[in-house]
Design a protein around this ligand. Structure first.
Ligand code: NAD
Length: 275
Protein backbone atom coordinates (compact mmCIF):
# COMPACT_ATOMS: atom_id res chain seq x y z
CA UNK A 1 0.00 0.00 0.00
CA UNK A 2 1.16 3.51 -0.75
CA UNK A 3 0.57 5.48 2.42
CA UNK A 4 0.44 9.25 1.89
CA UNK A 5 2.80 11.43 3.93
CA UNK A 6 2.14 14.85 5.40
CA UNK A 7 4.71 17.56 5.98
CA UNK A 8 4.82 18.87 9.55
CA UNK A 9 5.47 22.51 10.47
CA UNK A 10 9.04 21.57 11.47
CA UNK A 11 9.82 20.30 7.98
CA UNK A 12 9.61 16.60 8.88
CA UNK A 13 7.27 14.14 7.21
CA UNK A 14 4.85 11.70 8.84
CA UNK A 15 3.00 8.72 7.32
CA UNK A 16 -0.62 9.82 7.48
CA UNK A 17 -1.94 6.35 8.31
CA UNK A 18 -0.42 4.32 11.14
CA UNK A 19 -1.20 1.71 13.74
CA UNK A 20 -2.16 2.49 17.36
CA UNK A 21 -1.47 0.13 20.24
CA UNK A 22 -3.72 1.48 23.03
CA UNK A 23 -5.07 -1.57 24.94
CA UNK A 24 -2.81 -3.99 23.10
CA UNK A 25 -1.76 -6.54 25.73
CA UNK A 26 1.96 -6.09 26.54
CA UNK A 27 2.50 -9.85 26.17
CA UNK A 28 1.03 -9.83 22.67
CA UNK A 29 2.41 -6.51 21.46
CA UNK A 30 5.50 -7.87 19.71
CA UNK A 31 3.44 -10.29 17.61
CA UNK A 32 0.67 -7.78 16.88
CA UNK A 33 3.09 -5.04 15.83
CA UNK A 34 4.96 -7.53 13.64
CA UNK A 35 1.59 -8.37 12.04
CA UNK A 36 1.02 -4.65 11.50
CA UNK A 37 4.45 -4.27 9.84
CA UNK A 38 3.60 -7.27 7.66
CA UNK A 39 0.33 -5.56 6.67
CA UNK A 40 2.40 -2.54 5.58
CA UNK A 41 2.18 -0.16 8.54
CA UNK A 42 5.37 1.77 9.31
CA UNK A 43 4.00 4.35 11.78
CA UNK A 44 3.32 3.11 15.33
CA UNK A 45 1.60 5.17 18.02
CA UNK A 46 2.32 4.03 21.59
CA UNK A 47 2.63 5.69 25.03
CA UNK A 48 4.41 5.02 28.31
CA UNK A 49 1.03 4.40 29.98
CA UNK A 50 0.15 1.64 27.48
CA UNK A 51 2.93 -0.44 29.12
CA UNK A 52 3.75 -2.02 25.79
CA UNK A 53 6.74 0.04 24.61
CA UNK A 54 8.98 -2.99 25.21
CA UNK A 55 6.85 -5.11 22.91
CA UNK A 56 6.94 -2.39 20.25
CA UNK A 57 10.74 -2.28 20.67
CA UNK A 58 11.05 -6.03 20.28
CA UNK A 59 8.94 -5.93 17.12
CA UNK A 60 11.09 -3.13 15.68
CA UNK A 61 14.26 -5.11 16.38
CA UNK A 62 12.84 -8.38 15.03
CA UNK A 63 11.39 -6.78 11.90
CA UNK A 64 14.72 -5.79 10.36
CA UNK A 65 12.97 -2.73 8.87
CA UNK A 66 15.50 0.12 8.50
CA UNK A 67 15.03 2.72 11.23
CA UNK A 68 14.52 5.55 8.77
CA UNK A 69 11.52 3.76 7.26
CA UNK A 70 9.74 3.71 10.61
CA UNK A 71 7.87 6.50 12.40
CA UNK A 72 7.58 5.86 16.14
CA UNK A 73 5.56 8.03 18.52
CA UNK A 74 5.41 7.75 22.28
CA UNK A 75 3.96 9.96 25.02
CA UNK A 76 4.90 11.40 28.39
CA UNK A 77 2.54 10.24 31.13
CA UNK A 78 0.77 12.66 33.47
CA UNK A 79 2.82 11.89 36.58
CA UNK A 80 6.13 12.90 34.96
CA UNK A 81 5.75 16.68 34.84
CA UNK A 82 8.62 19.16 35.02
CA UNK A 83 12.10 19.16 33.50
CA UNK A 84 13.83 16.37 35.45
CA UNK A 85 10.88 14.01 35.24
CA UNK A 86 10.24 14.57 31.53
CA UNK A 87 13.91 13.97 30.69
CA UNK A 88 13.99 10.78 32.74
CA UNK A 89 10.70 9.57 31.25
CA UNK A 90 11.86 9.95 27.64
CA UNK A 91 15.08 8.14 28.56
CA UNK A 92 13.05 5.24 29.98
CA UNK A 93 10.80 5.10 26.90
CA UNK A 94 13.82 5.06 24.55
CA UNK A 95 15.37 2.26 26.58
CA UNK A 96 12.17 0.19 26.36
CA UNK A 97 11.80 0.88 22.65
CA UNK A 98 15.47 0.08 22.03
CA UNK A 99 15.87 3.36 20.15
CA UNK A 100 18.21 6.34 20.44
CA UNK A 101 15.44 8.70 19.32
CA UNK A 102 11.71 8.65 18.67
CA UNK A 103 10.14 10.44 15.73
CA UNK A 104 7.50 12.19 17.80
CA UNK A 105 7.15 12.78 21.54
CA UNK A 106 3.87 14.08 22.98
CA UNK A 107 2.63 15.40 26.31
CA UNK A 108 -0.21 12.90 26.77
CA UNK A 109 -2.81 15.11 28.57
CA UNK A 110 -2.91 18.75 29.69
CA UNK A 111 -3.80 17.70 33.30
CA UNK A 112 -4.90 21.20 34.38
CA UNK A 113 -5.06 20.04 38.01
CA UNK A 114 -1.23 19.70 37.93
CA UNK A 115 -0.71 23.37 37.07
CA UNK A 116 0.96 24.91 34.03
CA UNK A 117 2.41 22.52 31.43
CA UNK A 118 4.88 25.15 30.22
CA UNK A 119 8.05 23.87 31.93
CA UNK A 120 7.31 20.34 30.67
CA UNK A 121 6.63 21.60 27.17
CA UNK A 122 9.82 23.66 27.07
CA UNK A 123 11.70 20.53 28.17
CA UNK A 124 10.27 18.69 25.17
CA UNK A 125 11.63 21.54 23.04
CA UNK A 126 15.10 21.01 24.55
CA UNK A 127 14.86 17.23 24.05
CA UNK A 128 14.08 17.84 20.39
CA UNK A 129 17.03 20.22 20.05
CA UNK A 130 19.23 17.49 21.58
CA UNK A 131 17.99 14.94 19.00
CA UNK A 132 16.24 12.57 21.41
CA UNK A 133 12.99 13.14 19.54
CA UNK A 134 12.73 14.44 16.00
CA UNK A 135 9.41 16.22 16.46
CA UNK A 136 7.32 17.26 19.45
CA UNK A 137 3.65 17.73 20.03
CA UNK A 138 0.77 17.62 22.45
CA UNK A 139 -2.23 15.39 22.97
CA UNK A 140 -5.67 16.27 24.29
CA UNK A 141 -4.80 19.99 24.30
CA UNK A 142 -8.09 21.36 23.01
CA UNK A 143 -8.86 25.03 22.42
CA UNK A 144 -8.81 25.63 26.19
CA UNK A 145 -5.22 24.39 26.59
CA UNK A 146 -3.45 25.03 23.28
CA UNK A 147 -3.02 28.83 23.70
CA UNK A 148 -0.71 28.47 26.72
CA UNK A 149 1.51 26.12 24.72
CA UNK A 150 1.61 28.49 21.75
CA UNK A 151 2.74 31.37 23.98
CA UNK A 152 6.05 29.57 24.62
CA UNK A 153 7.15 30.01 21.02
CA UNK A 154 7.65 26.24 20.57
CA UNK A 155 4.88 25.29 18.13
CA UNK A 156 3.67 21.69 18.41
CA UNK A 157 3.97 19.70 15.17
CA UNK A 158 0.75 17.86 16.00
CA UNK A 159 -2.17 17.85 18.41
CA UNK A 160 -3.51 14.33 18.99
CA UNK A 161 -7.18 14.58 20.04
CA UNK A 162 -10.31 12.44 20.14
CA UNK A 163 -11.94 12.99 16.77
CA UNK A 164 -14.47 10.95 14.79
CA UNK A 165 -17.58 11.79 12.77
CA UNK A 166 -19.88 12.67 15.69
CA UNK A 167 -17.14 14.56 17.59
CA UNK A 168 -15.16 16.81 15.28
CA UNK A 169 -13.70 19.38 17.70
CA UNK A 170 -14.09 22.31 15.30
CA UNK A 171 -12.77 25.01 17.69
CA UNK A 172 -9.56 23.07 18.26
CA UNK A 173 -9.03 22.08 14.64
CA UNK A 174 -9.42 25.65 13.42
CA UNK A 175 -6.98 26.98 16.05
CA UNK A 176 -4.52 24.24 15.07
CA UNK A 177 -4.90 25.07 11.38
CA UNK A 178 -4.01 28.72 12.06
CA UNK A 179 -0.63 27.51 13.34
CA UNK A 180 -0.16 24.71 10.79
CA UNK A 181 -0.44 22.13 13.58
CA UNK A 182 -1.54 18.79 12.10
CA UNK A 183 -4.40 16.98 13.82
CA UNK A 184 -3.91 13.36 14.80
CA UNK A 185 -7.35 11.83 15.37
CA UNK A 186 -7.45 9.30 18.17
CA UNK A 187 -10.43 6.98 18.47
CA UNK A 188 -10.83 7.62 14.72
CA UNK A 189 -13.49 4.89 14.49
CA UNK A 190 -15.25 6.02 17.67
CA UNK A 191 -13.47 3.28 19.63
CA UNK A 192 -16.15 0.80 18.59
CA UNK A 193 -18.64 2.70 20.80
CA UNK A 194 -20.70 4.27 17.99
CA UNK A 195 -22.79 2.42 15.41
CA UNK A 196 -21.43 4.32 12.41
CA UNK A 197 -22.53 1.55 10.01
CA UNK A 198 -26.16 2.65 10.63
CA UNK A 199 -25.47 6.26 9.69
CA UNK A 200 -24.90 7.81 6.26
CA UNK A 201 -21.40 6.28 6.49
CA UNK A 202 -23.00 2.85 5.92
CA UNK A 203 -24.68 4.12 2.74
CA UNK A 204 -21.48 5.72 1.49
CA UNK A 205 -19.56 2.53 2.19
CA UNK A 206 -22.09 0.44 0.30
CA UNK A 207 -21.95 2.74 -2.71
CA UNK A 208 -18.14 2.44 -2.84
CA UNK A 209 -18.10 -1.29 -2.07
CA UNK A 210 -16.05 -0.75 1.10
CA UNK A 211 -16.62 -1.12 4.85
CA UNK A 212 -17.87 1.63 7.16
CA UNK A 213 -14.43 1.63 8.82
CA UNK A 214 -12.69 2.17 5.49
CA UNK A 215 -15.09 5.00 4.62
CA UNK A 216 -14.40 6.61 8.00
CA UNK A 217 -10.63 6.29 7.68
CA UNK A 218 -10.76 7.68 4.13
CA UNK A 219 -12.79 10.65 5.42
CA UNK A 220 -10.02 11.40 7.96
CA UNK A 221 -7.27 11.06 5.36
CA UNK A 222 -9.01 13.24 2.77
CA UNK A 223 -9.62 15.84 5.51
CA UNK A 224 -5.86 16.10 6.13
CA UNK A 225 -5.76 14.32 9.48
CA UNK A 226 -3.33 11.67 10.68
CA UNK A 227 -4.94 8.43 11.94
CA UNK A 228 -3.79 5.15 13.50
CA UNK A 229 -6.78 2.87 13.99
CA UNK A 230 -6.17 -0.03 16.33
CA UNK A 231 -7.02 -3.66 15.78
CA UNK A 232 -5.50 -6.89 17.08
CA UNK A 233 -6.78 -8.73 14.03
CA UNK A 234 -4.79 -9.15 10.83
CA UNK A 235 -7.86 -8.98 8.58
CA UNK A 236 -8.85 -5.61 10.05
CA UNK A 237 -5.27 -4.32 9.91
CA UNK A 238 -5.36 -5.04 6.17
CA UNK A 239 -8.87 -3.60 5.77
CA UNK A 240 -7.90 -0.38 7.55
CA UNK A 241 -4.66 0.21 5.63
CA UNK A 242 -6.49 -0.39 2.34
CA UNK A 243 -8.53 2.75 3.11
CA UNK A 244 -5.52 4.71 1.82
CA UNK A 245 -6.63 3.86 -1.73
CA UNK A 246 -10.30 4.88 -1.28
CA UNK A 247 -11.49 8.06 -3.03
CA UNK A 248 -14.59 9.59 -1.45
CA UNK A 249 -16.46 12.32 -3.30
CA UNK A 250 -16.81 15.89 -1.99
CA UNK A 251 -20.47 15.07 -1.28
CA UNK A 252 -19.47 12.01 0.75
CA UNK A 253 -17.08 14.14 2.80
CA UNK A 254 -19.75 16.79 3.37
CA UNK A 255 -22.28 14.16 4.46
CA UNK A 256 -19.87 12.76 7.06
CA UNK A 257 -18.92 16.28 8.18
CA UNK A 258 -22.62 16.81 8.91
CA UNK A 259 -22.63 14.02 11.53
CA UNK A 260 -20.85 16.29 14.05
CA UNK A 261 -22.74 16.56 17.35
CA UNK A 262 -20.28 18.85 19.08
CA UNK A 263 -19.63 18.10 22.75
CA UNK A 264 -22.46 15.53 22.84
CA UNK A 265 -20.46 13.35 20.43
CA UNK A 266 -17.53 12.77 22.77
CA UNK A 267 -17.16 9.08 23.71
CA UNK A 268 -14.09 9.24 25.95
CA UNK A 269 -12.63 11.41 28.70
CA UNK A 270 -12.85 15.21 28.86
CA UNK A 271 -9.27 16.54 29.18
CA UNK A 272 -10.44 18.92 31.93
CA UNK A 273 -11.14 15.90 34.11
CA UNK A 274 -8.04 13.78 33.46
CA UNK A 275 -5.32 14.07 36.09
P1 NAD B 1 -10.29 3.27 17.40
O1 NAD B 1 -11.30 4.26 16.99
O2 NAD B 1 -9.11 3.00 16.53
O3 NAD B 1 -11.10 1.95 17.68
C1 NAD B 1 -10.49 0.73 17.90
C2 NAD B 1 -11.57 -0.34 17.92
O4 NAD B 1 -12.33 -0.25 16.70
C3 NAD B 1 -10.96 -1.73 17.91
O5 NAD B 1 -10.75 -2.20 19.22
C4 NAD B 1 -12.00 -2.52 17.16
O6 NAD B 1 -12.98 -2.94 18.09
C5 NAD B 1 -12.63 -1.53 16.24
N1 NAD B 1 -12.14 -1.68 14.84
C6 NAD B 1 -10.90 -1.47 14.34
N2 NAD B 1 -10.86 -1.66 13.03
C7 NAD B 1 -12.12 -2.02 12.68
C8 NAD B 1 -12.74 -2.37 11.44
N3 NAD B 1 -12.03 -2.36 10.31
N4 NAD B 1 -14.05 -2.68 11.46
C9 NAD B 1 -14.77 -2.67 12.60
N5 NAD B 1 -14.25 -2.35 13.80
C10 NAD B 1 -12.94 -2.03 13.83
O7 NAD B 1 -9.83 3.65 18.89
P2 NAD B 1 -8.49 3.71 19.69
O8 NAD B 1 -7.73 2.43 19.65
O9 NAD B 1 -8.84 4.24 21.02
O10 NAD B 1 -7.66 4.82 18.92
C11 NAD B 1 -6.62 4.53 18.00
C12 NAD B 1 -5.29 4.88 18.60
O11 NAD B 1 -5.28 6.23 19.03
C13 NAD B 1 -4.93 4.10 19.87
O12 NAD B 1 -4.54 2.77 19.63
C14 NAD B 1 -3.84 4.96 20.43
O13 NAD B 1 -2.63 4.77 19.72
C15 NAD B 1 -4.41 6.36 20.15
N6 NAD B 1 -5.14 6.91 21.31
C16 NAD B 1 -4.64 8.00 21.95
C17 NAD B 1 -5.27 8.57 23.04
C18 NAD B 1 -4.70 9.78 23.67
O14 NAD B 1 -5.16 10.16 24.76
N7 NAD B 1 -3.71 10.42 23.08
C19 NAD B 1 -6.46 7.99 23.52
C20 NAD B 1 -6.98 6.87 22.87
C21 NAD B 1 -6.32 6.36 21.77
Amino acid sequence: HRIPSLQLNDGRTIPQLGFGVFKVDPDETERIVLDAFEAGYRHIDTAAIYRNEQGVGRAIAASGIPRDELFITTKLWNDRRGEAEARAALGESLEKLGLDRVDLYLIHWPTPSAGSPVETWETLGALRDEGLTTSIGVSNFDERYLPEILETGFVPAVDQIELHPQFQQRATTSLAAEHDIKIEAWGPLGQGKVDYASTVIGEIAERHGISWAQATIAWHLQSGRIVFPKSNRRARMAENIAAATVQLTADDIAAIDALDQGEAGRVSADPAEVS
